[in-house]
Design a protein around this ligand. Structure first.
Ligand SMILES: [Zn+2]
Length: 77
């Protein structure tokens, strides 16, 4: 098991596993960091999800907002 600091954040501890960033349902991944004051959330699969549903993918691509905003909340225990 390798643990490089450059490894992609694709090793998901969740069951069932979160969708990978290249999946259309990538935003269904668990929220692992939530910054409402800054308007973005970091998902388990490395996607940064903005308040307007725009996304920044781990490979640097951006996805424009594609549907109506909805509130995300930190994953409840
Ligand atoms: Zn996960």
């Amino acid at each position: 098991m390798q643990h490089s600091r450059h490894s992609k954040p694709s090793r998901c501890p969740h069951q069932p596993p979160c969708p990978t960033p290249d999946r259309p349902d990538r935003e269904a991944a668990r929220t692992i960091a939530w910054h409402p004051e800054q308007g973005w959330s970091l998902l388990c699969n490395g996607v940064v999800l903005f308040d307007d549903n725009g996304q920044l993918l781990p490979d640097g691509r951006t996805v424009p907002p594609h549907h109506a905003p909805r509130h995300r909340v930190p994953a409840a225990a």
